[in-house]
Design a binder for this molecule. Structure first.
Ligand code: FE2
Length: 317
């Protein structure tokens, strides 16, 4: 278990473990009760896909992972970081499906990047064994030669962190990671999951290591929940996932269901909020059912480029 408690806010580990235990107890109870055992969304959607004949199409779509290139404009980006390549892998949800996991490994095998960021949800279920998630992360780590930084999602346990760190992955739990080039810095601040566990603590992270005014800065959070907080703190960019872009969408990638916790324009793809650029990955894996429609899975290669700020509207780009 994590021994250096001083790197975290007070009581952080105990609070995280207590919330994980409570969640596992609740979900176990739901799964073993008569009614909910049969009428969970997963069973209903699976049944609908099988009966309609769309099950295999949805599964094939889910295993067809796209390599998406995204130019990420950063205000006053230091010259030495022009063209810096960040590979973002979000929501792999190992191992709901071997086909999807294998497709992910195949997709990233020839990607050249300067840094990999893993934005959470490595486990398929949000409680129970960790082995599949850790095996998937081990494989990713073995395939990449660049530094790898990770945050935790709402499906992940803090008990995964010591193993992830032993693999050489830098796990940010309300902490920072700085890349230096030619005496200039690019700072990544990663917070714990703000969607379910809500133990994200941006203030603590920034108090431990304030961002230099000359540094470009990127906030990593599992979900878009912190889009206002990130912009207010002055981050240049915000990378996240969690939404799966809706996963099962109508034509033109219109999600059937979206979160009420943030506006629709931050649900997927590139967006901006009060001058901060954001990108919400639709993710590489699936949750609930092994199917995607009108929302292809992705790994994202963000290529940093300098831009001059023009206005500060909030919008989907
Ligand atoms: Fe998530």
């Amino acid at each position: 278990m994590l021994t250096n408690q001083s790197r975290f806010p007070p009581n952080f580990i105990d609070a995280r473990l207590a919330k994980e235990d409570a969640k596992a107890a609740l979900l176990t109870k739901q799964e073993t009760s008569g009614y909910q055992r049969w009428f969970v969304p997963r069973r209903l959607i699976q049944c609908a896909l099988t009966c309609s004949g769309f099950k295999h199409i949805g599964a094939n779509n889910a295993a067809n992972i796209h390599k998406k290139i995204h130019r990420l404009p950063i205000k006053d980006l230091p010259e030495s970081f022009e063209g810096f390549r960040i590979l973002q892998i979000s929501d792999p949800h190992f191992n709901q499906s071997n086909a999807i996991s294998d497709a992910l490994f195949k997709t990233i095998q020839d990607i050249d990047c300067d840094l990999c960021v893993l934005t959470g949800d490595y486990r398929f279920r949000s409680f129970g064994p960790l082995e599949n998630a850790l095996a998937g992360l081990t494989k990713i780590r073995q395939m990449l030669s660049c530094d790898t930084v990770a945050i935790l999602g709402n499906h992940d346990s803090i008990q995964m962190v010591p193993v992830m760190e032993s693999l050489g992955i830098t796990v940010l739990l309300n902490e920072s990671f700085v890349v230096s080039r030619d005496n200039k810095e690019l700072t990544f601040v990663g917070v714990d999951d703000p969607s379910y566990y809500k133990l994200d603590n941006l203030g603590f992270a920034l108090s431990q290591r304030p961002i230099k005014s000359s540094s470009a800065s990127v906030l990593l959070a599992h979900s878009p929940h912190l889009y206002q907080q990130g912009a207010k703190a002055g981050f240049d960019a915000y990378l996240c996932g969690h939404t799966h872009g809706g996963q099962i969408c109508l034509p033109s990638a219109i999600p059937i269901k979206t979160s009420k916790s943030f506006p629709r324009y931050v649900n997927s793809g590139q967006w901006s909020h009060n001058g901060m650029r954001g990108y919400t990955s639709v993710g590489a894996g699936v949750s609930v059912v092994e199917a995607r429609f009108f929302c292809p899975p992705e790994v994202t290669i963000h290529i940093l480029t300098k831009y001059n700020a023009q206005g500060s509207r909030s919008k989907r780009l």
